[in-house]
Design a protein around this ligand. Structure first.
Ligand SMILES: Nc1ncnc2c1ncn2[C@@H]1O[C@H](COP(=O)(O)OP(=O)(O)OP(=O)(O)O)[C@@H](O)[C@H]1O
Ligand SMILES: [Zn+2]
Length: 577
């Protein structure tokens, strides 16, 4: 590579810059001619084995805006570029660039990162429902079969809305005059944290926000905190700086599951969010006040998204059903009465089944759409063996298709803590029905029975204590019994214990007395007082010689009450109980 380093002609061009491709330091005036060479020789976007040359931004491993490759007139003719990290090194963690080339699946759904644009929108991409192989052969576009439509990416991904129009629910944050609405209409997007339960549309909203920003000259980069390393974060920042410097383009960085980043990783963002190099959109299912660094939190607006309502879920399912060409049967309708003259077998879904699905998926659109997909695929598979009958998806098929445990309850997240807290408070309030309800919510949702049992043991002491000293052994027995027999048999054991504890008299005397002890020790200034000599044991001659145990009155030897101090002299008279 011939690095033509130019000669300075005036002060403004005297600056040294780094080539973003090969990192060579050279004069600003020379960067373009250098880059022209450098880009030709240096393969960039070495992603997952695919060496590419930068011909368009989408071509590069890391995703970004659909801006055409262009030169800037105000900089000394800089081209648009960035340098995706090579993922060849065996010791390196997979870079975000590498992630972006993986095929997304429902778990790794945000791996692909892109600037949302119409061309990214799966529904607008030449219509994913229509294209089939016949197009390649030059025929008229032929409608894909249902099986073909369900092939590939999960339905939830295919249905991801590209505009607010198709984004359902969340009216509290997206309605007229809300902050977010106003923001979407403004040029500047601030850094935000989207907090909400799984599948409520955080990622989708982030894409829509980025796309809707009037100042569309943004780069959109996605990182998943579950797999990105601090180096990946640094790399993104470095490129964002380059983009800003050379191309005056802002980088919108979407970090999914941002709570998974440790505090150091979160700190890495801070200065760059502050100075505006990066607009951060974080998504989290966890309460940001616990999981996100205060300094970072104070620079971001927190937008709370809610579980999708049943109505919103129905609308989402309906949109999916329509795009799949499945016909909806109201209660009094029969298959075949929809007036369609399609000769092949048709797929129907009962309205009731959709409503049930909308209820069962507990506000999680991904679960809802995946549930629909599974039910349709199961019907298709069953239909293969049967005669050429129309296929109808009924309520029971929907229920079969969903694993309830994954729907009702999120074992690792917020819901887990919310439910155990509700159980604890209901027992404390001696409300048996509520206590049993929350217990059921957890156990039927797949909670670990031992986790619940441990909390019962704690409750027996904290909230009942000496008001009924039998509560503790009851709870310990329940724990052991659960340990022996496990779910599902142990459900009734936990229910018995929960009812016992709920009915028992309550006392926090022990709990609060011990709390005072802890506070006393914590607040103590200076060295702790030594244990008085008379209270010390004297197992050896030496210790006896030192005065250990001297003057101690052994209570059983006295018929009258013994007067003796048991606290260090400094603590005399202190009361905890
Ligand atoms: N409000 C919505 N309107 C329409 N579709 C939605 C909405 N929310 C979610 N979806 C659908 O559900 C899928 C999953 O949503 P998304 O990835 O945005 O959820 P998320 O809140 O980021 O979830 P997670 O916390 O699990 O990452 C989307 O691809 C889309 O099809
Ligand atoms: Zn170079």
């Amino acid at each position: 590579m011939d690095d033509a380093i130019g000669t300075p002609t005036d002060d403004s061009t005297d600056k040294l810059v780094h080539c973003p491709v090969c990192d060579l330091e050279l004069l600003a005036t020379a960067i373009n001619s250098h880059l022209d060479n450098c880009l030709q020789v240096k393969p960039i976007g070495g992603v997952a084995g695919k060496k590419r040359r930068l011909s368009s931004p989408e071509d590069s491993g890391m995703s970004e805006s659909t801006q055409p490759l262009k030169r800037l007139s105000n900089a000394p003719n800089f081209p648009l570029f960035h340098k995706p990290k090579s993922s060849d090194g065996p010791s390196e963690e997979p870079s975000f660039a590498a992630q972006s080339s993986r095929t997304p699946d429902s778990k790794n759904k945000h791996a692909e990162s892109h600037m949302p644009s119409n061309s990214d929108c799966p529904q607008k991409q030449g219509n994913w429902l229509l294209q089939s192989t016949s197009l390649i052969q030059g025929d008229q576009p032929k409608e894909k079969s249902l099986a073909e439509k369900l092939d590939g990416k999960p339905l939830a991904d295919k249905m991801r809305p590209c505009s607010l129009q198709d984004y359902m629910g969340q009216n509290k944050v997206l309605g007229e005059n809300t902050m977010l609405r106003t923001l979407l209409q403004s040029n500047e997007i601030p850094s935000i944290i989207l907090w909400g339960p799984p599948g409520c549309g955080k990622t989708t909203l982030a894409h829509i926000i980025a796309k809707n920003a009037k100042n569309n000259n943004n780069r959109f980069v996605t990182l998943s905190a579950t797999s990105a390393s601090t180096n990946d974060v640094r790399e993104v920042i470095k490129q964002a700086q380059n983009e800003q410097r050379f191309c005056k383009r802002k980088t919108i960085l979407f970090v999914d599951e941002i709570h998974r980043f440790n505090k150091t990783q979160q700190d890495t963002f801070l200065p760059h969010v502050e100075c505006g190099t990066i607009t951060l959109i974080g998504a989290t299912t966890e309460n940001p006040s616990f999981q996100i660094n205060n300094a970072l939190l104070s620079r971001c607006r927190v937008i709370v998204l809610e579980k999708l309502s049943v109505e919103a879920m129905e609308a989402i399912l309906m949109r999916a059903v329509e795009s799949l060409g499945i016909r909806v049967l109201s209660e009094d309708q029969q298959p075949g009465c929809s007036g369609s003259n399609v000769s092949e077998t048709a797929m129907y879904v009962e309205q009731k089944a959709l409503t049930t699905l909308a209820h069962l998926c507990d506000g999680d659109a991904r679960t809802g759409l995946n549930g629909l997909q599974l039910s349709v695929q199961a019907r298709l598979a069953a239909g293969k063996d049967a005669s050429n009958h129309d296929m109808v998806i009924k309520e029971e098929h929907i229920k079969e298709g969903l694993q309830r445990s994954h729907i009702l309850y999120d074992r690792a997240g917020e819901e887990h803590y919310n439910c155990i807290s509700a159980l604890h408070k209901s027992m404390r309030g001696s409300d048996q029905d509520a206590s049993l309800y929350w217990l059921g919510r957890m156990l039927e949702g797949g909670e670990d029975p031992l986790y619940v049992a441990r909390r019962l043991v704690r409750f027996a002491s904290e909230d009942i204590g000496l008001a009924d000293p039998l509560a503790l052994p009851q709870a310990v027995s329940a724990y052991q019994a659960c340990h022996f027999i496990g779910m599902p048999e142990c459900d009734v054991i936990l229910a018995q214990c929960v009812m016992y504890l709920t009915r028992a008299p309550k006392s926090i005397a022990v709990y609060s007395a011990y709390g005072k002890v802890k506070a006393c020790l914590k607040n103590h200034k200076g060295p702790l007082p030594p244990v008085p000599l008379h209270l010390r044991n004297a197992p050896t001659k030496l210790m006896k010689g030192l005065g250990y145990g001297k003057g101690y009155k052994y209570n059983p030897k006295y018929s009258e009450p013994v007067v003796q101090d048991y606290l260090p002299p400094e603590m005399k008279g202190i009361k905890f109980v």
